[in-house]
Write a protein that binds this ligand. Structure first.
Ligand code: SF4
Ligand code: SF4
Length: 355
């Protein structure tokens, strides 16, 4: 209870500081922290962001539990931690220890999974540890399409994982973890979108989160809905939303046109910790990569861009609190407040609501 009170007090402090004009010297803590606990994965999905770090020294490595422990002192003040970023979290041999440590510190603990590495015993462990949310990445409602996009996956196995987790929750009389689906949209699977609400409902799931593929690769560029006929894409979106309403599913869809005037809130609300302990404001500026679409002159431009990393600290050397309130993070927030964004943030499509 004391832990939740600290997190609530932190949210109020953040609101108050926001009302006074966005933070330069930061009085509050981040709302959430995302940990890239591993860059290993058992799949090879088309358009995976890992493709961009395949040539670097951080690929196929793990965040150490020792480094993670250095972050724990900040957990009572934040709302949630996310235990995934550029890999499949269950590939980490100490995955359950991360969940245990986070839950012992009283923070809400969430993670994404591709659903391939689970069994009944792991489902029991997750329920017992009290993880708060698992989001399964499921890009289609039928086998052929899903396995074409998520190379190496097995449709029946993923469905089996979700059913086993639902059964385990019931057996252990637990409402947690909450289960959600995430669908990455592209031209190939757009026709699957209207079927997703009924599919989710059948699995006992109430929330579906959809995002546009981030065009890290040429594959992604060809698949992107930015290149699709907008009118037909929007009519599919409408049909999907109607179905979601009918089935009682909460569904979030990305935009297809730039929404202007919205500032990126990540530097004033989150931190991202890489596998090697390096800290950035979000997962997009955590590693250097190539992007096929970027913002230039306020427009969405189809142009290969070097999207540079922007590292603001190192958890191996400083605490997350020191980094969050330190000079580099403060300077970054200042550029967002003053609209004097530099690369990579000035090129980033994420704040425009189309991801
Ligand atoms: S499951 Fe995620 S990390 Fe793994 S290959 Fe697919 S998109 Fe990449
Ligand atoms: S502008 Fe983009 S890269 Fe920069 S903090 Fe926001 S989401 Fe991350």
């Amino acid at each position: 209870m004391a832990v939740r009170m600290k997190a609530i007090a932190n949210s109020l402090l953040k609101k108050a500081q926001g009302m006074l004009g966005y933070p330069v010297g930061c009085l509050y803590y981040p709302s959430f922290i995302q940990f890239d606990i591993t860059t290993k994965c058992n799949l090879d999905c088309v358009g995976c962001p890992r493709d961009n770090i395949k040539e670097t020294s951080v690929i196929n490595t793990d965040l150490s539990v020792e480094t993670f422990r250095k972050a724990i002192s900040i957990f009572p003040f934040v709302n949630s931690v996310w235990l995934h970023s550029y890999g499949e979290p269950l590939m980490h041999n100490d995955f359950f220890e991360f969940v245990r440590l986070a839950k012992s510190a009283g923070v809400k603990t969430y993670f994404y999974s591709n659903g391939m590495l689970w069994n009944r015993e792991k489902a029991k462990k997750i329920v017992k540890l009290g993880a708060d949310k698992v989001v399964f990445s499921v890009d289609a409602t039928e086998k052929k399409m899903l396995e074409r996009i998520r190379r190496g996956a097995n449709f029946e196995r993923i469905i089996g994982t979700i059913k086993t987790l639902q059964e385990t929750k019931e057996e252990m009389s637990s409402s947690l973890p909450e289960i959600e689906l995430c669908m990455t949209l592209r031209k190939e699977n757009l026709s699957e979108l209207p079927k997703m609400p009924a599919f989710a409902k059948k699995l006992g799931i109430r929330t579906v989160f959809c995002q546009n593929i981030l065009t890290y690769t040429k594959d992604g560029e060809e698949s992107s809905l930015y290149k699709a006929d907008k009118e037909s894409a929007l009519s599919v979106f409408d049909e999907a939303m109607e179905n979601a309403k009918k089935e009682g599913i909460s569904m979030r869809l990305p935009g297809l046109e730039l929404k202007r005037g919205k500032k990126c809130e990540f530097p004033s609300s989150m931190m991202h910790v890489r596998v090697d302990g390096k800290v950035s404001a979000c997962p997009y500026c955590a590693y250097p990569f190539k992007l096929q679409y970027c913002i230039s002159g306020g427009k969405l431009v189809n142009m290969e861009t070097d999207f540079a990393e922007h590292i603001v600290g190192d958890l191996n050397k400083d605490s997350l609190e020191t980094i969050w309130k330190g000079k580099k993070f403060t300077a970054l927030r200042k550029t967002f407040r003053g609209n004097c964004l530099e690369k990579p943030h000035s090129q980033c499509i994420v704040p425009y609501g189309i991801h």
